[in-house]
Design a binder for this molecule. Structure first.
Ligand code: GNR
Ligand code: NI
Length: 172
């Protein structure tokens, strides 16, 4: 297990459309394990491979509440196959945009098809925080961040804050 460095917005790698994985091998399983460890350490409830600089379609999540059993998941080449018409608004954050939270409205329920770490095709329904999180993570694979749902003015304010944060971190 090893922690990976999380990229901070703005970074050109966070804007790329990621490539599908051709199969599931030990390198993919190692990446998934490292990403889960990095996500828990952050701490966060989800993480997408491009956030650690890997431009491949892999996401990890664990949206279990503190009083629930942990339920870590890794999803390879995830695709939304159905989205509810009912929408849900959540105050979203992102490990690549630290300490910034804004309301985002998305479908309340989705079905997602993906490969698990054993290379088995799976399809699962997500609701509540899980539904928000899986859509936020799949957006990362298409180079999309939650701030892309905000007004231009809010987005540029947040981007400027992140540029400042990166300058300060670089000076240390
Ligand atoms: O840790 C995270 N929390 C979160 C809260 C509301 C909606 C989405 C998220 S995902 C985020 C981790 C992250 O940046 N994943 O890409
Ligand atoms: Ni994110």
């Amino acid at each position: 297990m090893s922690l990976r460095n999380i990229l901070i917005h703005p970074d050109p790698r966070l804007k790329k459309v990621c490539a599908p994985l051709e199969g599931v091998d030990s390198a993919v399983r190692k990446l998934a394990t490292d990403m889960l460890e990095t996500m828990h350490d952050a701490p966060g409830i989800g993480l997408a491979a491009p956030q650690v600089g890997v431009l491949q379609r892999l996401i990890v999540m664990d949206c279990a509440k503190k009083d629930e059993e942990p339920s870590p998941m890794a999803l390879i080449n995830p695709e939304v196959t159905w989205a509810s018409e009912t929408m849900n608004t959540y105050s979203e954050g992102c490990l690549s945009i630290p300490d910034q939270y804004e309301d985002v409205t998305r479908p309340a329920e989705v079905r997602v098809r993906y490969l698990d770490v054993d290379g088995q095709l799976q399809e699962r329904a997500f609701d509540g925080l899980w539904a928000t999180c899986v859509q936020h993570e799949i957006d990362h694979l298409d180079g999309k961040l939650f701030i892309d749902y905000l007004s231009k003015i809010k987005r540029s304010m947040i981007t400027n804050k992140m540029k400042k944060l990166k300058r300060e971190r670089a000076r240390l």
